[in-house]
Design a protein around this ligand. Structure first.
Ligand code: AMP
Ligand code: MG
Length: 410
């Protein structure tokens, strides 16, 4: 059965569930998907505080203040950040206040030190003067960060999302030091083929280096999976079976293989999976990457990518990536796409095609040119590309100037 990319993706993704939830320190939580909603346990800001270094005042005292005719106020207290003011500000009074310090009772605004006759920057340890001249009026509320202005206690402030640096800091701000997240998915990867040689060793005649395991390892880590590399497996049924058994024994959430799923005389992967589980599909109407298999080996999900290096990469981006994201609890499984204009006419063969291209921004629009021949073994043309153009199935040619959607690779 030859499925469309959309059908195949639906079929495949329906078979994945998010992995278990663990409880971790926020210090190690970047990249994980938050499992529970987070509720604010405080109002934020926690208290009325100053957003400037200056003087806490009553706005009415500065109503007529100007350079020529400054308001003179008595300084009754010094309030550094972290301190609690003890004095109330009465008419004619001010307190020296630092950024982040608690606003004293009676004050309704802050005037920055730059608008006064005091300059403690030039002389950092200057003693607090007995009074201050202020050169302009202020609005009530000026330079005050009010309690609860940003967040109200009890409010849901974060829902399921992949945690970024700023999210971690935000959790700390709210006093949350541990969170519930989905653990990283565990993925076993192996390459199959008698021609494959591990990089770093000497090539014998007829052999090539195994590049796919390295690409697939890097991609899996990019999408936050934990990888168990099972190396290169020769084209022998017993060896293939042994490797699957080892993956199962290591409790993986998914097994990814490359090569050996086509119609070659020594393509044993499908046969072994079928005998120990099931194959749900093994061909997809796409280019590159038509021989792509999905099934289960003793209950463990299995995705068999094609052997050709570009097919393996594209197959990963189209099928393995969303599977990993779903396993890790991510709600958004889609690549972001953007529209580009073809700078040259292109040919396709009617399959849904993922073409390697360089996209540049020219004259206010994204313009795309292919990076040479699109053979599925031409990894060099993938390396030169910064985008994949997506040509829908049924389309055999497109003229220069046509609009297509694309995925950014960088
Ligand atoms: P197969 O799917 O086994 O028919 O392989 C298709 C093509 O991909 C052949 O030219 C293989 O030599 C090549 N190939 C298979 N596995 C790898 C690999 N791990 N790294 C690089 N090329 C590979
Ligand atoms: Mg092979």
């Amino acid at each position: 059965m030859l499925l469309s990319v959309t059908e195949a993706r639906q079929k495949l993704l329906a078979d994945f569930r998010a992995v278990q939830i663990i409880d971790i320190d926020i210090e190690h939580a970047t990249g994980y998907v938050l499992a529970d909603d987070v509720k604010a346990t405080y109002d934020y800001p926690l208290f009325n505080n100053s957003s400037m270094d200056g003087f806490a005042v009553r706005a009415e005292d500065l109503q007529y203040a100007s350079r020529e005719n400054p308001a003179q106020l008595k300084i009754v207290e010094d309030i550094p950040a972290g301190a609690v003011p003890v004095k109330e500000i009465h008419p004619g009074e001010a307190a020296r206040i630092m950024t982040g310090a608690v606003l004293p009772e009676g004050a309704d605004s802050v005037i920055p030190v730059e608008d006064s006759n005091v300059n403690w920057r030039e002389n950092q340890n200057v003693e607090m003067p007995p009074d201050v001249l202020l050169y302009r009026p202020v609005m009530p509320g000026e330079y005050i960060r009010k309690i609860g202005d940003d967040i109200r206690r009890g409010q849901i402030v974060m829902t399921r999302r992949r945690l970024r640096a700023q999210d971690i800091g935000f959790l700390a701000m709210l006093g949350i030091d541990r969170v519930k997240v989905f653990r990283r998915p565990r993925i076993a990867i192996f390459s199959s083929g008698d021609e494959l040689t591990p990089v770093g060793t000497v090539l014998a005649p007829g052999k090539i280096y195994d590049s796919n395991s390295k690409t697939l390892l890097a991609l899996s880590e990019k999408y936050f999976a934990e990888v168990i590399s099972l190396g290169i497996v020769p084209d022998q049924i017993a060896e293939v079976k042994k490797t699957f058994e080892s993956a199962v024994a290591q409790n993986v959430d998914l097994v990814i293989t490359s090569a050996g799923v086509s119609v070659g005389a020594f393509d044993y992967i499908q046969k072994v999976v079928k005998e120990n589980g099931e194959i749900k599909f093994w061909r997809v109407n796409m280019r590159p990457g038509k021989p792509l298999a999905f099934g289960r080996y003793q209950g463990v999900p299995f995705i068999g990518l094609p052997g050709n290096p570009v097919s393996a990469f594209v197959g990963f981006e189209v099928f393995v990536r969303p599977a990993i994201l779903k396993l890790s609890g991510d709600a958004n499984l889609e690549h972001s796409t953007f529209d580009v204009i073809l700078a040259e006419a292109i040919e396709s063969d009617g399959r849904e095609s993922y073409l390697r291209a360089v996209v540049t921004f020219e004259d206010g629009q994204y313009s795309a040119k292919l990076t040479g021949h699109q053979g599925s073994g031409n990894l060099f043309s993938l390396v030169q590309a910064n985008a994949l153009l997506i040509i829908p199935s049924g389309v055999k040619s497109l003229p220069e100037g046509a609009r297509v959607s694309a995925w950014l690779l960088d």
